[in-house]
Design a protein around this ligand. Sequence first.
Ligand SMILES: C[S@@+](CC[C@H](N)C(=O)[O-])C[C@H]1O[C@@H](n2cnc3c(N)ncnc32)[C@H](O)[C@@H]1O
Length: 227
Amino acid sequence: MSHRRSSCQANDLFPREIDIEICLKTLKIFQKIEGDVNCVVWDASLVLAKYLETMCQNKPDFLSGLKVLELGSGLGVVGLTAATLGAQVTLTDLPEALPLLRLNINENKSKICSMGGYAVAESLVWGDSSSEILKEEFNMIVMADCVYYEEAVDSLIYTLLCLINTLAKKPTIYLTQELRDTEMQKKIWDKFYMLLIDNFHVEKIPEEQQHVNYRSSDIVLLKLNKK
Ligand SMILES: C[S@@+](CC[C@H](N)C(=O)[O-])C[C@H]1O[C@@H](n2cnc3c(N)ncnc32)[C@H](O)[C@@H]1O
């Protein structure tokens, strides 16, 4: 996959509003009319964002003050939701995705601050062992719909392993993935899943524990911990 430059022009963009019901805030997320996979909100991000909200409904301090890292943030729905629910979030993606991601952070900054949260965007390319982010300690890692091309599978697993390989904190990883039904997508997911079960304790979160309106039999939600 090539890493392309990108910019944001106002006439390219259209907003999508996402309600965070438990704190009566509405995120405004700018998408691009045309662009790469990081320019639209994917359903798997809504399922994960709404799961975090459901968890906070059951346990109000679930995210408060936690250091959270998001991989492959795209437009930032998951990370921005976590930040609005009180987490200190580093949202990451390829360098070319950062201008639009940062625009979305700025757009929602006052709501996030009013809830005691924080959000910042940084570049983190999977497989890059030189990233300073790998030296940080996180309580939680989140990622939505990041398993969709074969070349990225090993590097994504490598990055996850670097991030959980810390002495102090043992971050819990929550990930959602839309299971697409082409042969290629099935093969990619199977390869990724085999590597997951080799390296992590993997728990599948049943649909009935997810948000009542934001769950789908096509989207898997997993909780991972270090073995
Ligand atoms: C299908 S999109 C999902 C975006 C967002 N998580 C969502 O669900 O709306 C996959 C994301 O992974 C990012 N990505 C792809 N390859 C990457 C890599 N090698 N390193 C870091 N991010 C990558 C893309 O830029 C994109 O934002």
